[in-house]
Design a protein around this ligand. Structure first.
Ligand code: TRH
Length: 382
């Protein structure tokens, strides 16, 4: 079927960290590459964006990158003499500039306007997915679009060929060797277990590393540069920086530079256990299909704990009670060394379960597929 949707505007504000721009950039690339859309991505923080896309020129207000039109925008001085596209996606309720909303309202038909929401497994998101909210003054309706682990929701971002690329990588020892070599970490190939560690500040890190250092099995912990390094440094009792490695007993910690998204995917594929955080790296870790521990983004009034329990609920068929305990201990920043000593012993049971969870999710339609179908329907109805 030929889609009536030819082009899309995506607006993103970077609140903190990389999740918002990570998701919007991935969405933009998939809509362009897999659906042939003309995509214009509006971003208010090119410096953060450049961490994910180093070819970006942070000095340019407008540029084409990976076939996507990238525009810098700021809420305070947005000038729109621009015609909005068929679909306008507001990333995570970032609020569109008034002048752009006016321009949308003047179009016939007006664009399909979506608010792409944060990922949550909470059941209320399924009730709200696809609901419309009328603008108070303008003849526009905004629809809520919720990413989801449940086939009734908005799906998860996944590139069409991602799982095949992962399998090719995992079946190719040379590719894995090249990957670790490119990071100057070939030592990772000769240990019993490899872990990746991406988290917010977390008191459990020192206990985890102490436990790993005391194991019979050897372990390589790859830490891309970021907030959790403060806790690694507390354990190391020194200041480690990108490129540094430290071996204590059975554990070697290697601090990596912040990786490109492609390299980060490969890191998740190449490791046996992945500690991830926020939203986008969590989804990528699901696609890696390896046991994972999630450092959920902390929210006011502990709202993230409901979110965590909801995710544990949807993954419970694929996760042992013991692994769920470790998951809760990671978020509650447990410093119980004896508990962290069970991580590797739980691994063999956790491995096939996480693979099954990944396969289960991989059978669902992707976020882009669902989004395109949703927009086509709304566009035809206008
Ligand atoms: O950076 P985050 O903590 O982003 C967060 C969350 O999305 C949270 O839900 C949101 O509310 C908050 O921002 C404002 O975690 P996240 O979502 O995993 O994003 C990290 C991105 O960085 C992801 O796209 C993976 C990518 N990444 C790399 O490309 N290279 C790296 O080396 C690493 C560690 C990550």
């Amino acid at each position: 079927m030929i889609s009536p949707i030819k082009n899309v505007d995506i607006f993103c504000t970077v609140i903190d960290n990389f999740g918002d721009i990570g998701v919007c950039w991935r969405l933009a690339q998939q809509l362009q590459a897999e659906y042939g859309l003309t995509v214009r991505l509006w971003v208010d923080d090119l410096a953060s964006f450049a961490k994910l896309e180093p070819t970006l020129n942070t000095q340019l207000a407008q540029q084409v990158c990976q076939k996507i039109d990238i525009c810098y925008w700021s809420k305070s001085d947005f000038v729109a003499s621009i015609q909005p596209y068929d679909v306008v996606i507001e990333g995570f309720g970032c609020r569109l500039p008034d002048s752009f909303l006016q321009a949308m309202a003047q179009q016939t038909p007006p664009p399909v306007w979506l608010n792409l929401e944060y990922l949550s497994a909470e059941s209320w998101t399924l009730d709200c997915h696809g609901l419309g909210s009328a603008h108070p003054n303008l003849p526009l309706t905004q629809y809520f679009f919720f990413p989801s682990f449940d086939s009734r929701g908005g799906g998860l971002l996944r590139e069409q060929n991602l799982l095949q690329q992962r399998d090719d990588f995992l079946q190719n020892p040379q590719a894995q060797h090249n990957f670790w070599h490119s990071l100057n970490c070939t030592q990772a190939l000769s240990v019993d277990y490899r872990l990746s560690l991406f988290a917010y500040e977390n008191q459990a890190v020192a206990a985890l590393l102490i436990a790993l250092s005391q194991q019979q099995k050897t372990c390589f912990v790859a830490v891309p540069q970021g907030r959790v390094l403060a806790n690694v440094n507390t354990w190391a009792n020194t200041i480690l920086k990108a490129g540094d490695k430290l071996t204590v007993g059975a554990v070697t910690v290697a601090v990596l530079p912040f990786l490109s998204p492609t390299q980060y995917d490969q890191l998740l594929w190449a490791c046996d256990i992945n500690m991830v955080r926020g939203e986008d790296s969590l989804i990528r870790a699901h696609w890696a299909g390896k046991p994972l521990l999630w450092h959920i983004y902390p929210q006011e009034e502990q709202a993230h704990l409901d979110k965590l329990e909801a995710w544990l609920g949807v993954s419970s068929n694929f996760m042992s009670p013991e692994w769920q305990n470790l998951q809760r201990a990671w978020v509650s920043e447990s410093t119980n060394v004896a508990l962290w000593a069970t991580l590797l012993t739980q691994f063999s049971q956790a491995k096939p379960q996480h693979t099954l969870f990944s396969e289960f999710l991989g059978q669902q339609e992707t976020l882009c597929h669902k989004l395109m179908a949703f927009c086509a329907k709304k566009h035809d109805a206008i």
